[in-house]
Design a binder for this molecule. Structure first.
Ligand code: SIN
Length: 475
């Protein structure tokens, strides 16, 4: 297991000698310690990235593409090992962890295909006296701050397009899940990524680490996935140096079920939208709006499906929901459910934290949830489905849009025209129509409003890591 930081292709102990304690959330016990990077290490990582990036940007796109494709096959070849690391430090079920590695690796395959298709343009100026040439060089050094909920995929979703475009990366993985990040750093080198192009520096001092990394003259961009609250703080810091930013922030996804929906399909989609990766995704369905005639059937069937979930260690193959990430997460979910119940919500199933070791909460369905309860306005990040019944579609859409978050939304209807019409009225960057899952490296992932800036994946994703240069030319 790799437990040192990666700077300029070398494995090092952090300059301060501190170690990060990594905990298995299924037991609450330490499973490893990892060297903790300091602000000086962040500076050293940007130094190394700045040197390596110059050469990497000169590497022909086809060569970069082939290295990225090697990264894809190398990660897949180590899928079992990486998935076990994820389960150990994150807790999600092994099958989900393997799914995450396939998803994570796919960003390399997709971007290996995009690396040779970064197109500019050439045209004649309207006055006819010069040409307008537009090209897209890489940004340079990109600082990446990644979350714990997808310890592999949230790294590769940034690194793959950044490298494809000719950038170098300095990654600060979440302190909860550094082991996956370090092993990925190691495997990318084995796959042919040159020393210094990818640097991985976990830390215990996120604020001063980030200050140092972004104060460095060579840093030109920050790409962050995490909460809107932290995103705002990072944006302010980036403003001081006018850094380019890409932000994937919080969500509060509505999941809307109309009377004409196939209720079994809606429940199946709801289970995916809510419970994927132990209910700890930014795209997780956070509020369920069920039209009045279908609300009882939907609630009963969803409660049955949620009640059948087995929680426990991700290494147990019969488990489909792992622990929450830490004790604070259990307290947050408990407070949200308790407040909703005190305001009149009915517990259809679950409703409590699970006593014993580890950080578990029962899969829970709440019916009759009052509009405006904290559970409908805050991101739950836990296995709880609050259901609100509605009769007036316009009022429901206003309610669904009554949030500063606009990442994901889901619509179930048997009438595709009606469904599409509602999709268009939702203020969300991504909408699943009769689908509970939509994440795909080939699609643009990102949010509207305070859910983020920019898009990851698809053909747009690579341009986030590019500048635009225009050359006015006469010949
Ligand atoms: C996230 O939770 O931030 C990412 C979810 C996904 O990629 O599906």
């Amino acid at each position: 297991m790799q437990d040192q930081i990666l700077i300029g292709g070398k494995w090092l102990d952090g300059a301060g000698g501190d170690r990060i304690s990594v905990t298995d959330p299924a037991t609450g016990k330490e499973v490893a310690t990892v060297a903790a990077g300091t602000p000086a290490d962040a500076t050293a990582a940007v130094d190394a990235a700045a040197i390596a990036q110059k050469q990497w940007a000169q590497t022909p796109p086809r060569e970069r593409a082939e290295i990225l494709r090697n990264c894809w096959s190398t990660l897949l070849a180590h899928s079992d090992e990486l998935a076990e690391i994820i389960v150990r430090e994150h807790g999600k079920p092994l099958a989900d962890a393997k799914g995450e590695i396939a998803y994570a690796a796919e960003f390399f395959r997709w971007n290996s295909e995009e690396a040779v298709r970064i197109h500019g343009s050439i045209g004649t100026a309207p006055a006819g006296n010069n040409k307008i040439i537009v090209r897209h060089p890489p940004v340079g050094v990109v600082v990446m701050v990644t979350p714990w909920n997808f310890p592999a995929a949230m790294i590769t979703r940034k690194v793959a397009p950044a490298l494809a475009a000719g950038n170098a990366a300095v990654i600060k993985p979440a302190k909860e899940t550094p082991l996956t990040a370090l092993r990925i750093g190691e495997l990318l080198h084995e796959a042919g990524v040159p020393a210094g192009v990818v640097n991985v520096v976990p830390t215990l001092t996120a604020g001063s680490w980030f200050e140092a990394a972004t104060a460095h003259d060579a840093t030109r961009m920050v790409s962050f996935t995490g909460s809107t609250e932290v995103g705002r703080v990072l944006l302010k810091r980036c403003a001081d140096r006018v850094l380019k930013v890409a932000m994937e922030l919080g969500g509060n996804a509505p999941f809307i079920v109309f009377n004409d929906a196939d209720v079994d399909a809606a429940v199946e989609g709801a289970m995916t939208a809510k419970m994927r990766h132990s209910a700890e995704t930014c795209t997780a369905a956070n509020r369920f709006f069920a039209e009045s005639e279908i609300a009882d059937a939907f609630t009963a069937k969803l409660a049955k499906a949620m009640g059948a979930i087995k929680t426990g260690s991700g290494f147990d193959e019969s488990v489909t929901c792992g622990p929450l990430i830490n004790a604070d997460a259990v307290l947050t979910v408990t407070a949200l459910v308790d407040e909703a119940v005190n305001s009149g919500a009915q517990v259809a199933v679950g409703g409590s934290a699970i006593a014993g070791s580890g950080f578990f909460y029962e899969p829970t369905v709440l019916g009759n949830v009052a509009e405006g309860s904290a559970i409908t306005t805050q991101e739950i990040f836990g296995p709880v489905a609050p259901i609100i019944s509605f009769t007036d579609t316009d009022a429901m859409i206003d309610q669904a849009n009554d949030t500063e978050m606009g990442l994901a939304a889901y619509v179930y209807s048997g009438d595709i025209g009606r469904g599409l019409n509602v999709c268009e009225r939702l203020e969300s960057g991504m909408v699943g129509l009769n689908r509970g899952a939509m994440s795909d490296p080939a699609a643009p992932f990102g949010g509207m409003k305070q859910s983020g800036l920019g898009r990851e994946g698809a053909s747009e994703g690579i341009y986030e890591f590019c500048e635009t240069q225009y050359i006015a030319a006469s010949w």
